[in-house]
Design a protein around this ligand. Sequence first.
Ligand SMILES: NC(=O)c1ccc[n+]([C@@H]2O[C@H](COP(=O)([O-])OP(=O)(O)OC[C@H]3O[C@@H](n4cnc5c(N)ncnc54)[C@H](OP(=O)(O)O)[C@@H]3O)[C@@H](O)[C@H]2O)c1
Length: 284
Amino acid sequence: MNKLSDCFILSNGVEIPCIGFGTWQTPNGEIAFNAIKAALEIGYIHIDTAAIYGNEKSIGDAVKDNDIVSRKELFITSKLWNSNQGYENTLTAFDKTIKDLQLKYLDLYLIHWPIPKDFRENWQKNISSTWKAFEKLYKEGKIRAIGVSNFLPHHLSALMKNAEIEPMVNQIELHPGQTQNETVLFCQKHNILIEAWSPLGTGKILSNPILKKISLKYNKNVAQLCIRWSLQNSFIPLPKSVTPSRISENANVFDFEISRDDMDTINTMSYCGGSGLNPDNIDF
Ligand SMILES: NC(=O)c1ccc[n+]([C@@H]2O[C@H](COP(=O)([O-])OP(=O)(O)OC[C@H]3O[C@@H](n4cnc5c(N)ncnc54)[C@H](OP(=O)(O)O)[C@@H]3O)[C@@H](O)[C@H]2O)c1
């Protein structure tokens, strides 16, 4: 990967740009609008949002207002929120997302979490009916690729048992100190592309002394090191920022290569910050 527009290829042949622009905790309104405009100006063409982030309207406004990239060049992801799982609810929630984003189609739609608090009983059945709706929307051409988020191997196995179309993406928490090796191996075996959420540990790992020391060797900062680490592991990082200078530096990761030794050091670091969420026990 040499630039923001370089792509990984999903199992259905769809190209997905190698760095996505994260938008969780980016408030709807001027902040989201300006962040997206800044990202597009810098050259990001892949945007990650979700219904629960509450910013789809402003993201849609910024995409519509831009004259830098066409809709066709952009890759836009959203996610189905937990309370909307189930066949009919999914179809209704998708319509709202598309309307808020002011788009005719989505590039990628993900089931946000496998086991919402209110669906702990019968979660397997619930995932199957939700996925049926995803398959319908995909077959109708309203979504170019379908996938999941926060799915561990046993969640993926349950979904795939009754699926006609296998998920193309799994978006999970991945950053130094949080490597989810078992899930990564499972996805690689099944040709499911991995996206790394919180690639900077929501900012909490940026002062880590080991990462700091390694980053200095490459004349980069820790954020750039973490983003490059994701890419070299073939994960799509989704760095979030509302600060133009950071949005720009997070894209400046294509002119260095982390050595095998340093990759090994980072790959085996112990937990140093992050969400700590376990998808089997979330309370939302
Ligand atoms: N599927 C899921 O369940 C899930 C869960 C969490 C996140 N995500 C996705 O993954 C994206 C990224 O995760 P995240 O939002 O947790 O955060 P992140 O990208 O790991 O970190 C973002 C934080 O780091 C700061 N930051 C960004 N670049 C920086 C830099 N170069 N130097 C110093 N600080 C920097 C940001 O501050 P400023 O914004 O103030 O600049 C913000 O506080 C989300 O936005 C979302 O799209 C998905």
